[in-house]
Design a protein around this ligand. Structure first.
Ligand SMILES: Nc1ncnc2c1ncn2[C@@H]1O[C@H](COP(=O)(O)OP(=O)(O)OP(=O)(O)O)[C@@H](O)[C@H]1O
Ligand SMILES: [Mg+2]
Length: 391
């Protein structure tokens, strides 16, 4: 068992590049997608496309495959999807395997990353055609996905907020995913034990000890991330919202990993009979939530539609900044149908924030929403029935 007091989050210190010279250097350093290929990925049977501009706009009517393309790129980046945790769902209905591939230019070196999956087999991860482990693969391509569904984050279930938070942390600290998997394994074992007809009390104590250590670590990392991102998000939020005050809190007490561990252990003892009676784990980070406050009021209850949008916009841009700062590389921004949901003020704020140095791939049902100046700078991809029309 690892000692959680030794656990440090290897967040790197940022460097900020300001003048022109640095900007060029930055572009050289930065990572971008230069092309992608999808085979039997959802409704995209065979798509192959080069990307040679910083901004790419994917246009298509509803249900044509715009989100599927962004999902494939996000999957290459994180090996996760906000839509499903079941990889089989990616396989086209009439096929038994899929593959997604992207070419990445990083530090002036071109590489390819690819995921292949065949029904009933393990997924294969390739970098430049060579098989690699999940650990080696993840982190190759950094991205932030902002979709119209995120605008519902405040009103959604705690699971949605935990899922957002975990996916954001994994990009900065890929090993965090192993912590989550380990916690999940122990939790499922404990759940099975609680359902046994004759409860093995000794085994329950062992599981509780393991869950407390693993859980405290996860809560500590989540709190640390939220603490940092909330400061960046609050500044952005002030700029868009006429000086409203945003604070973000993780809903579990304890300052530092040891205090959290003590609290978790105490709670596991206190609620032991409740867990036995309900035959399920009721204590731990799988039950936690993230709470957003605007001027000290719980935003999930009191924020207007507009206030919620401002909050999520600030949050997503903060996620982008934080990823850029911690990893030293600007991530690729994937914007799925969000501009249509934002008013002029918020649209402008978003577009200004991603003016230079951020590769952005956007989707929309129509070009009408964008001004001519913006359209001049983008590559257009038209999607119909899972195919690119203007290839
Ligand atoms: N595994 C799959 N096999 C085949 N088709 C699929 C699969 N999964 C999803 N689809 C289909 O892909 C189509 C395109 O979905 P997608 O979410 O990309 O649409 P979209 O262009 O983003 O539309 P919207 O503008 O409504 O968001 C949908 O009609 C969906 O039913
Ligand atoms: Mg869509």
């Amino acid at each position: 068992m690892f000692d959680i007091r030794q656990e440090q989050i290897p967040f790197k210190v940022s460097f900020i590049l300001v003048d022109r010279q640095w900007h060029d250097f930055f572009n050289w350093l930065c990572m971008r997608i230069t092309g992608f290929e999808l085979k039997n990925f959802r409704n995209c049977l065979s798509i192959n496309r080069v990307i040679d501009t910083e901004k790419t706009l994917i246009i298509g009517k509803n249900g044509q495959g715009k989100t599927n393309i962004l999902e494939a790129l996000y999957f290459l980046s994180t090996l996760k999807s906000p839509r499903t945790s079941n990889i089989k769902e990616f396989i086209n209905f009439n096929a038994d395997k899929f593959s997604v591939k992207a070419n990445i230019l990083k530090n002036d070196v071109e590489s390819s990353i690819e995921v292949q999956y065949e029904m009933g087999q393990k997924k294969i991860l390739l970098v430049n055609g060579i098989k690699v482990t999940t650990k080696e693969f993840r982190g190759f391509l950094k991205s932030v996905l902002f979709s119209s569904g995120d605008l519902m984050l405040l009103r959604g279930a705690p699971l949605d907020r935990r899922s957002w938070l975990d996916r954001a942390i994994i990009q900065i600290y890929p090993a965090y995913d192993e912590r989550l998997s380990k916690y999940e394994r122990i939790r499922l074992q404990k759940n099975r034990l609680l359902k046994d007809e004759f409860l093995n009390a000794d085994l329950l104590s062992i599981y509780n000890e393991q869950l407390a250590v693993c859980g405290a670590n996860i809560i500590h990392i989540r709190k640390k991330y939220l603490n940092e991102i909330s400061q960046i998000a609050a500044k952005k939020h002030k700029l868009i919202s006429d000086s409203e005050n945003l604070t973000i809190k993780y809903d579990y007490d304890g300052d530092g990993v040891e205090a959290i561990l003590e609290n978790l252990k105490a709670e596991l003892i206190e609620r032991k009979s409740e867990e036995i009676a309900r035959k399920q784990c009721c204590v731990g980070p799988h039950r936690d939530d993230v709470i957003f406050y605007i001027n000290d009021n719980d935003a999930s209850k009191f924020a207007s539609q507009g206030q919620q949008r401002t909050l999520i916009l600030a949050l997503k841009l903060a996620e982008l900044d934080m990823l850029k700062e911690k990893t030293g590389e600007p991530p690729v921004l994937l914007l799925d149908d969000v501009l249509a949901e934002l008013d002029d003020l918020r649209q402008n704020f978003l577009l200004k924030s991603i003016q230079n140095g951020i590769q952005t791939i956007l989707t929309s049902v129509d070009t009408l929403l964008f001004d001519d100046e913006f359209l001049k700078t983008v590559s257009l991809i038209r999607v119909e029935h899972g195919e690119i029309l203007n290839n």
